[in-house]
Design a binder for this molecule. Structure first.
Ligand code: 26Y
Length: 822
């Protein structure tokens, strides 16, 4: 009789053990007697990988056969974190695996933590892409991700003498989760020239010639859905010297050195993730990365489409492509080039297909993050693409002129080409013009796009091209995986884990808010999670923190708009306040651990100064006997996804305190609340919708509103500006050398005192401090605090990426899930 499943589809502890041992002994050529934790990790990963491969092949076959519309998510960043725990949980075999590992003498947590994070992203945008992949697979959408296979992910951060130092993150050795597809390659052209010629019908056509060729090689990563057989694909491109004849000429001519140099230059394209988050720098290599990845992905997509033998006008019925910010905007131009130059379609036929295919997501209104590429750079690197951009612009401006005659101001405002020196291509405008839908990532953000940045385009196209899709996070990683105890408690109350795939079911928890026993269990889980973090802090920093303290966390990329400086100034204020207290007064203080973590872009000097100050304050405060356990300040080194999984479940309070109107959405706010933490935050990004969902009484909001920011900034520059008196005291302490050389922090203080306080730190300081006092009071009433915590979690159903993906599918992509039958 045939087996119901092959050996690699283990469903019991024994079957898993067999697979594990087989991989350790044969694939890894190790004996069980010298099997260390890392080998146990590799063996386990390989056993799970086999399972994924089987379903992945089946999924790809099923999707090809069904011939329905697919989604391609183009993102330069996929901040995946670790894969093993996720794979175990998504295929539902973590129990069996942990039992099996235990038999061999290993703890599953130790094995899991052997894995190197896949850190192919900077922050929110990259992590959102990773959550989207999880939801698209879980919801059975036929969907692929396309990205770059960087040899070096985001740098590893070390703190040396209080300063950030960047260490390269070489992560590719022994990565069991990727499959090289050496047979899937695309030749990508750069430089060269455009030649005009007469085609067979006597029409003028364009040919891009004499360029340099670099080869793109596909590496595939399986993406398992939770509780479904659907296993989707993430395809990452790696660059390699072309093996074409042309490129061997140098070798043949004996020019060995220069041939090797060419080879290295080719490999440089996918060598490193640019570590800037929300800061555009216009580097040629970055533009090369963008085109390399867009062109490879587009050719792959077109190749797949052509196999179906459909007419070109069916392309948008078969394919939706989502642009994760403007980074892949060249895909728009590349598709138009393929259609008109290579496939012989007319301009209008091509452009009609292009605009129906693409959707564009904007993640930021910060001017310094908006991509612009210089015309001379594009002219040199991608001469044919520049011509197409000019033509897109010409036809667009003609359309605008028709609708709004004689408005030259308008034409120059909306032109894709900015008339500066040198001229610049505004990628966001190109993305809007080349897409059928443009969305922001939270309500306020989408409204701001329509009323400020893209206002003219709303007038030109009407409001329907612009929409909002509020972000979410995947509850599988951010609740079930990061906080197994809480997930289990919820499951016990709700009668199963269905809430993990329908997060709105969490609302049933509200019925238990007053249940004493339930509250105690809830509280105990938080305590255990805090103990786990306290242990981690002691192991990594040497500082002991009291787990009974209020854990106050701000972890995210360091940026002035996110205002870690407001946090650290608030901490200094608290420190000064405690130091001035009598012993009697001190007894009433709620002990606090302030935890800050995040990377600064290597060239972002102000952000690095903030990190430096946090570390200096930490070393002063943590050894001050006047303060003891009343205040501890911890900087978490090298904040990343796997550390976030320990940190999020352990917070009592987290800080989301950007200047109103600056944060697109924020997604860690959602992760923290989902884990029963409360928030102190501004009326910004998704904080506003979180408040609407969980109720004003369950969140600590403070600070000025977005609508008042412009006027305040204006007043700083032209009216009289006085630093908040409590903040002034903080500055006095810093300048007096309390935290080391005052000069080191000069710029931080003067950006507020002398240079207009662009981020409104002073304006919001008093409100921030007062709100923290309210937090202290609330924390003392533990029963009420617990009620807030439980109620908030119960009302977080909206913030699952499952809801988000369904919205994209309905309102932007027009795709249906491909339901799997057993
Ligand atoms: C142009 C280049 C230097 C660049 C590189 C990375 C520009 C921007 C970025 C990253 C942006 C980013 O992470 N944005 C964040 O996206 C999240 C997901 O939508 C939002 O929650 C968050 O508010 C936003 O800052």
């Amino acid at each position: 009789a045939w087996l119901k499943h092959s050996a690699s589809e283990f469903t019991t502890k024994e079957e898993f053990e067999k697979e594990l041992v087989r991989h350790i002994e044969t694939t890894l050529a190790r004996s069980l007697y010298n099997c260390d934790e890392h080998a146990a990790y590799s063996g386990t990963a390989l056993a799970f990988r086999d399972r994924l491969i089987i379903e992945w092949n089946r999924t790809q076959q099923r999707q090809t056969l069904s011939d329905q519309k697919r989604v391609y998510y183009l993102s330069l960043e996929f901040l995946m974190g670790r894969a093993l725990d996720n794979a175990m949980l998504n295929v539902g075999q973590k129990e069996n695996a942990s039992e099996g590992l235990k038999d061999l003498g290993f703890r599953v947590e130790d094995v899991i933590s052997q894995e190197h994070d896949a850190a192919l992203g900077n922050g929110g945008l990259g992590r959102l892409a990773a959550c989207f992949l999880d939801s698209m697979a879980t919801l059975n959408y036929p969907a692929w991700g396309y990205g770059l296979r960087y040899r070096y992910g985001i740098f590893k951060q070390e703190i040396v003498d209080g300063y950030q130092v960047e260490i390269p993150d070489y992560w590719l050795d022994n990565n069991p989760w990727e499959f090289p597809r050496h047979e899937i390659t695309v030749d990508i052209q750069f430089y060269g020239n455009v030649r005009k010629y007469q085609d067979a019908n006597g029409k003028t056509a364009n040919s891009w010639e004499n360029g340099e060729i670099v080869q793109a090689v596909a590496y595939d990563v399986p993406i398992p859905g939770y509780g479904t057989k659907t296993t989707n694909n993430l395809r990452l491109w790696s660059s390699k010297a072309s093996t074409g004849e042309f490129d061997f000429q140098k070798f043949n001519a004996g020019d060995y050195e220069s041939a090797v140099a060419d080879q290295q230059r080719a490999e440089t394209i996918s060598a490193v993730l640019y570590p800037n988050d929300n800061l555009e720098r216009g580097k040629e290599l970055r533009l090369k990365q963008q085109y390399f990845w867009c062109a490879a992905s587009l050719h792959d997509i077109v190749r797949r489409f052509k196999k179906t033998n459909r007419a070109w006008n069916e392309f948008p019925d078969q394919i939706a492509i989502q642009l994760n910010d403007t980074h892949p905007t060249l895909a728009i131009v590349e598709l138009q080039r393929i259609l008109i130059d290579l496939e012989g379609l007319s301009w209008d036929e091509g452009w009609n297909i292009v605009t129906k295919t693409f959707g564009y997501t904007n993640h930021t209104v910060l001017p310094e993050a908006l991509e612009k590429w210089s015309v001379p750079l594009l002219q040199n690197l991608l001469p044919r693409h520049l011509q197409i951009i000019y033509d897109v612009n010409l036809f667009f401006l003609q359309q605008v002129e028709k609708k709004f005659p004689n408005d030259r101001e308008l034409l120059s405002r909306v032109s894709i080409i900015e008339e500066s020196h040198p001229q610049m291509v505004r990628m966001a405008y190109l993305a809007i013009i080349g897409s059928h839908k443009v969305n922001g990532v939270a309500e306020l953000h989408s409204d701001l796009l329509k009323s400020t940045l893209f206002k003219d385009f709303v007038n030109i196209y009407g409001p329907d091209r612009f929409t909002n899709v509020t972000n979410g996070v995947t509850p599988r990683r951010w609740l079930h995986q990061a906080n197994p105890a809480l997930s289990a408690l919820i499951a016990k109350k709700l009668g199963g884990h269905d809430f993990l795939t329908d997060l709105t079911l969490l609302d049933k928890l509200e019925a238990f808010v007053d249940d004493k026993e339930f509250r105690a269990e809830w509280s105990e889980i938080k305590t255990q999670n805090k103990l786990r973090l306290a242990k981690f802090i002691q192991e990594t920093t040497g500082f002991k923190v009291n787990p009974k303290s209020l854990f106050d966390v701000q972890v995210k990329r360091i940026h002035e708009y996110k205002r870690q400086q407001l946090n650290i100034f608030g901490i200094i204020h608290r420190y000064l306040t405690i130091k001035a207290m009598t012993p009697e007064q001190k007894k009433k203080v709620v002990p606090r651990v302030s935890i800050i973590g995040g990377k600064a872009a290597p060239g972002y000097w102000m952000a690095k100064t903030i990190i430096h100050l946090v570390n200096k304050v930490s070393s002063v405060v943590n050894q001050d006997p006047d303060v003891g356990d009343l205040l501890k300040v911890i900087f978490i080194e090298d904040y990343n996804v796997s550390k976030a999984e320990i940190i999020c479940p352990a917070s009592d309070l987290s800080e989301h305190i950007s200047t109103a109107g600056t944060e697109g959405s924020g997604t860690s706010n959602m992760k923290f609340v989902m884990n029963g933490g409360l928030i102190i935050g501004t009326c910004d990004g998704a904080n506003i919708e979180i408040t609407r969902e969980i109720g004003e009484q369950n969140i600590f909001l403070f600070g000025n509103l977005a609508e008042d920011v412009e006027e305040l900034r204006h007043r700083h520059l032209y009216g009289d500006f006085k630093v908040d008196p409590q903040l002034a005291k903080v500055f006095e302490a810093v300048k007096g050398g309390m935290f080391g050389d005052a000069k080191d922090f000069q710029a931080l203080c003067s950006s507020i005192e002398e240079h207009g306080d662009y981020y409104l730190v002073s304006d919001d300081f008093n409100s921030y401090i007062t709100t923290h006092e309210m937090v202290d009071e609330a924390f003392q009433k533990q029963d009420e605090w617990l009620a807030k915590s439980i109620t908030s979690v119960a009302r977080m159903g909206f913030f699952s990426t499952d809801r988000v993906i369904n919205e994209y599918a309905d309102s932007i992509w027009n795709v249906e899930p491909l339901v799997v039958k057993d």
